[in-house]
Design a protein around this ligand. Structure first.
Ligand code: FE2
Length: 287
């Protein structure tokens, strides 16, 4: 094997993987080494900086447990999670765009009837969500499954506030009707910060970045024979739409939530008057 030199470092180390039996593993490791060495050379990394980086990654690992995944958070704030999501779910404009799953789909959403409310504690601004699930040609997908979960009006998920929020608050699994339509009652979610009391929070603070995500409702929409979509519905008057800490916002996913002041419609929907509404159609590609 060729001996190590500054000029040829990437080639020498990449060469050490030449006999890797799995060709994909060999390609990924070779590219990783090339980019890593180019990065170290570009910034002329000092030994103190190398040591700080090792310390940072060590603390990132130590912060991880059953409910906290600091490495995913690091991937999120570096835009890597969103990039992986995006290149793996190219839609060509023919279906609803996807975005990150996020860490709060920790429990299965309870099946509910169309029109049910998911706001079990009734706190927050009442809202009627309506939409329709279709295939790529606009054909209704009868029986599509619509899984939703969201933060409450204070910006917390149920799993973050056991004993404060009812269990399974603001979660629901709905089945679209024969025309692909779905509707349910909820409240308008609030923006919220990602956990910023660990190493990722230090990184955000050191770089003058805030930890917030704009207000959104999570969706996973599935239908037999079609590619599932994991996405968000963003609230158009939320702060941080143009500076999401995890880069999850796509223009096509932002909707207005207009106020409706109409006692008859409120009574029909089973909501107090006035209330807010939003319409979110979801198009799926064929498998
Ligand atoms: Fe979220």
């Amino acid at each position: 094997m060729e001996l190590f030199s500054e000029e040829r470092s990437a080639d020498v180390v990449a060469g050490s993987f030449a006999a890797t039996p799995d060709p994909r593993l060999r390609d990924v490791l070779t590219a990783l080494v090339r980019h890593l060495h180019a990065f170290v050379k570009e910034v002329e990394l000092t030994e103190e900086e190398w040591s700080a980086a090792i310390g940072f990654l060590t603390r990132t690992g130590q912060q991880c447990d059953d409910v906290r995944q600091e490495f995913v958070l690091l991937s999120d704030v570096l835009g890597v999670s969103m990039l992986v999501e995006t290149i793996n779910h190219r839609t060509g404009g023919a279906s609803t765009e996807s975005t990150v799953l996020g860490p709060f789909h920790m429990v299965e959403s309870p099946p509910r009837e169309l029109g049910d409310t998911i706001a079990l504690d009734g706190k927050g601004e009442p809202c009627l969500v309506t939409g329709r699930v279709t295939g790529p040609g606009g054909e209704p997908l009868s029986g599509a499954q619509v899984d939703v979960w969201q933060a409450n009006a204070d910006g917390f998920y149920d799993v973050q506030q056991p004993g404060v929020q009812p269990e399974l608050n603001l979660r629901g699994l709905f089945t679209a009707d024969e025309d692909g339509r779905f509707w349910f009652r909820t409240i308008v979610p609030r923006y919220y910060p990602i956990p910023d009391d660990g190493p990722v929070g230090e990184l955000l603070a050191a770089t003058g970045r805030h930890p917030n995500r704009p207000a959104h409702v999570h969706f996973i929409v599935t239908a037999p024979g079609h590619r599932p979509v994991t996405t968000h519905l963003f609230v158009d008057d939320s702060p941080y739409l143009d500076s999401d800490a995890v880069f999850g916002v796509k223009e096509s996913l932002v909707r207005s939530f207009p106020v409706v002041d109409d006692a008859r419609r409120a009574a029909e929907a089973g909501l107090p008057n006035p209330f807010r509404t939003v319409h979110f159609d979801v198009a799926l590609l064929r498998e």
